[in-house]
Design a protein around this ligand. Structure first.
Ligand code: ARG
Length: 563
């Protein structure tokens, strides 16, 4: 159903020129305005060869083409404008969606090549923040998009479970903590010890030395340090898991920073062998002047490793383990400079695969105008936001549709879906504030709006469950239906664009547009009227339902059948 190609072929036989088929295809544009048709071909390039003015060429070409693929072919200045046959395109598109079902829009660009995605990656003993929600949700959507383009995504939760902060936490726990409290409410209590550490260490800087010592012990495998660290990790992960369950996001790997502890030595050796390390105030650094970046510190003066030491090891491990096509990092925009350094070091080491490493940054998100920070103690737990959203969805269902079956489940799908959709609907780099009341509205560009439209389509289909939709000519010739068909036809292109730019918002915006065009159609036609057009109309409804559901699935949002 490559209409550009079909048009190029028609033009190729019509034009009396040396212009090649591929070149013609490249020249074909999609006009910005609907009244200029669905595709347009500019004739400027032909003027010289044909010794004619472009607008004359456009007139002659338009007059000559006569194909059932078009309702109309019209010259407008130097352009030949093509108005696709509504009947033909409707029939093609609907047939294809009905046959391919949820596979519609799939294209095997990736040929099953591996693409690790570093995503979510919260820090042990700290609450998961909205930033981690963004990374989880954006990463999950990108993974779904990659699968839809034939790649094999590997979702890797690069937990922040290593580093000097664990020295601090161990010291704090040993001084002020107790086991019972940690068992009762792990993260909250661990955070309180950590906060206390930072208060106390202003007056008692020797605490920092103690913490450094404990981290060193941890790195060297001291049993007590190991036992405490393991315990902190386990209880934290259990809490994170509740959020992942709410979001229904799964990971292929949980290779956190600690996983690389025993692998860093080889990388440090490699850096030494390649003569890249330099001593500076006792620390080992690597200069990145030629990249216009400040030096990266690889080892502290006490020999302790850093965040970047682990990231270098991670990238090299991924290359060896996965031979990746791309290596993706869904991490907040505040780490942009840092990832430039990581990439530069890898390139300096000779890892050309670092060219395929992409940091996928995103902006801050605030809730009701409040920024989220763990150290200041102003913590808004992500789980709370999700649960508040579910509660509000429950209340709305109770008011609007108290007899709905599976109320609890639907409230979960709508409540969580609203948060996820909101997170994905704008370009990821933008900073945004959200307010629960707004994101749960059934009108406007919201998750519930798209879900509601999907449920509306399902409800129409339930009323016509006895009609057989298969093997039919889905000829549709009305303006509103055409609006829907045109949207349906663009799904594959939207998936490609979203995947190429690591930008799930393309799909969210697509879903809103499809829902809008469908609702216009719904308001202006008698879909269930028992006449000759019934099957074609139902075919369109079914196609819309399939594509809305698939678009939501790509975003990680559920599509309830009833709302
Ligand atoms: N744990 C880090 C944080 O919360 C994010 C880790 C991102 N991934 C990475 N490979 N550095 O800021």
């Amino acid at each position: 159903m490559d209409y550009k190609k079909q048009i190029a072929e028609i033009l190729h036989t019509t034009l009396n020129s040396s212009l090649e088929l591929d070149k013609i295809k490249q020249l074909i544009e999609v006009p910005k305005k609907d009244n200029l048709g669905d595709y347009a071909f500019p004739t400027f390039l032909l003027a010289k060869e044909l010794h004619k003015a472009p607008n004359i060429i456009a007139q002659e070409v338009a007059a000559e083409i006569n194909d059932k693929l078009f309702d109309k072919v019209q010259p407008v200045g130097p352009y030949v404008n093509f108005f696709m046959s509504k009947n033909t395109v409707s029939n093609d598109v609907i047939n294809q969606v009905l046959i391919e079902d949820s596979n519609y829009g799939f294209y095997d660009e990736g040929q099953n090549k591996n693409v690790p995605i570093d995503m979510s990656s919260p820090n042990i003993a700290k609450p998961m923040s909205m930033g981690h929600l963004r990374s989880t949700v954006i990463g999950n959507a990108i993974a779904n998009l990659l699968t839809k383009r034939g790649y094999h995504p590997i979702k890797d939760n690069h937990l922040g479970d290593w580093g000097t902060q664990f020295g601090k936490l161990i010291v704090a726990y040993k001084k002020w903590g107790n086991e019972e409290d940690v068992k009762k409410d792990p993260i909250k209590n661990l955070v309180s010890y950590y906060v206390k550490f930072h208060v106390e260490d202003v007056e008692h800087p020797e605490l920092d030395d103690e913490a450094r010592l404990w981290f060193k012990k941890l790195e060297d495998g001291d049993p007590e340090a190991q036992r405490l660290w393991k315990w902190f990790s386990e209880v934290s992960l259990k809490e994170f898991q509740r959020v992942y369950d709410l979001l229904d996001v799964q990971f292929d790997l949980y290779n956190g920073e600690a996983f690389y502890n025993d692998k860093m030595g080889a990388v440090i050796q490699e850096l030494r062998d390649k003569n890249l390390l330099e001593e500076s105030e006792g620390a080992q650094i690597i200069r990145l002047d030629e990249y216009n970046l400040s030096p990266a510190v690889i080892l502290k003066s006490d020999g302790a490793t850093l965040y970047i030491t682990r990231d270098l090891t991670t990238a090299i491990y991924r290359e060896h383990e996965f031979d990746f096509a791309k290596n993706l990092y869904v991490v907040g925009a505040e780490q942009t400079y840092y990832f430039k350094q990581v990439k530069a070091v890898l390139l300096k080491m000779g890892y050309t695969s670092a060219e395929n490493m992409h940091h996928i940054p995103f902006g801050l998100i605030t809730v009701n105008g409040k920024k989220l920070s763990t150290r200041s103690g102003r913590i808004i737990l992500l789980e709370e936001v999700l649960n508040d959203s579910i509660d509000l969805a429950k209340k709305m269902i109770e008011e609007k549709n108290p007899d709905l079956p599976d109320k609890e489940e639907v409230a979960r799908e709508v409540g969580v879906g609203a948060v996820v959709f909101n997170d994905l609907k704008n370009e990821r780099i933008l900073t945004e504030d959200f307010n629960l009341e707004d994101i749960l509205k059934f009108e406007g560009e919201t998750g519930p709006y798209v879900q509601y439209t999907h449920a509306r389509a399902q409800s129409i289909l339930r009323k016509a469950a006895d009609v057989d939709l298969s093997d039919h000519e889905y000829n549709i010739d009305d303006e509103y239906a055409w609006g829907v068909v045109k949207q349906l036809e663009k799904f594959g292109a939207a998936i490609k664009d979203a995947n190429d730019r690591f930008e799930p918002s393309v799909i969210a915006k697509y879903a809103v547009k499809l829902a809008q065009s469908f609702n216009k159609y719904y308001a202006n036609s008698k879909i269930l009227e028992k006449d000759d057009g019934l099957i074609a109309r139902l075919g369109l409804v079914k196609s819309t339902q399939v594509v809305l559901k698939e678009a939501l699935r790509l975003l990680g949002v559920k599509a309830p059948n009833q709302m």
